[in-house]
Write a protein that binds this ligand. Structure first.
Ligand code: GDP
Ligand code: ADP
Length: 209
């Protein structure tokens, strides 16, 4: 990724990563309902869609060949191969959000988060951990969206992904969903209190009085 790309983020970039099945999609959907002005970056992927997933809403589902073409065209601000499929974040979406001063939520894996860090993008990074490996297995099997082979691969990869948790600003252990949702909400609320935009808005009002 070029340094030109690295300088394109102006709104707050929230990066959420987790091993598959830890609950990040559930928590991020909850967060988007709590903060309607937070927008989700819909990733591109070569993974086949799961029942109930909608193209353009959950992911932009494309073929591996199409994804590789997009890599060559520089369409991604970051991309990675995860669990044997391609996943990537659109550079155009990041630029649009930046131009609009829009806060953006990225649900991406640990490799993608690392690419953004190395590029020097200012981000608020949050890692969602499952309470245990046994519970992670139960959630993956309970979700019933993947074959036994795919579940096994995701559980195997979870060990390496967990090792990256220490590089994140925040760690949420998603044991009780309500508690984890509250913690995620608190992070965004606290971040918004730190925002220079709050100060700018307050100064404007102060000067008008
Ligand atoms: N690097 C990167 N990872 C992504 C992107 N979109 C999704 N992922 C990650 O790919 C992994 C697999 O996602 P998915 O197949 O939807 O399964 P899930 O983890 O069970 O939700 C997860 O770790 C996602 O966070 C992306 O744009 N870039
Ligand atoms: N705190 C929780 N307790 C019990 N089940 C949960 C919890 N959080 C999520 N789940 C369930 O676990 C499964 C995996 O959650 P999901 O959000 O799809 O995970 P991810 O996006 O990280 O793969 C789903 O069936 C979801 O309803």
């Amino acid at each position: 990724m070029s340094s030109e790309n690295a300088s394109c983020a102006a709104g707050t970039l929230y990066v959420v990563s987790a091993p598959s099945g830890a609950g990040k999609t559930t928590l991020c959907r909850g967060l988007l309902q709590q903060f309607p002005d937070l927008s989700l970056s819909v990733s591109y992927t070569s993974r086949p869609s799961r029942p109930g997933e909608r193209d353009g809403h959950d992911y932009h589902f494309v073929s591996a060949a199409c994804f590789e073409r997009m890599i060559d065209e520089g369409a991604f601000v970051e991309w990675a191969r995860v669990h044997d499929n391609y996943y990537g974040t659109s550079l155009a979406v990041l630029r649009q959000a930046s131009a609009a001063g829009q806060d953006l939520l990225l649900e991406i894996d640990v490799q993608g988060a690392e690419q953004l860090r190395l590029a020097g993008l200012p981000l608020v990074s949050i890692f969602i951990a499952p309470p245990s490996l046994a519970e992670l297995r139960r959630r993956l099997e309970g979700r019933a969206s993947d074959s036994a082979t795919v579940v096994a691969l995701r559980l195997e990869n979870a060990r390496t992904e967990m090792a990256a948790a220490e590089r994140y600003d925040y760690l949420i252990v998603n044991d009780t969903l309500a508690q984890a949702q509250l913690q995620l909400q608190a992070i965004v609320l606290a971040q918004r209190c730190r925002s220079p935009r709050v100060l700018a808005q307050w100064r404007k009002r102060w000067l008008q009085e």
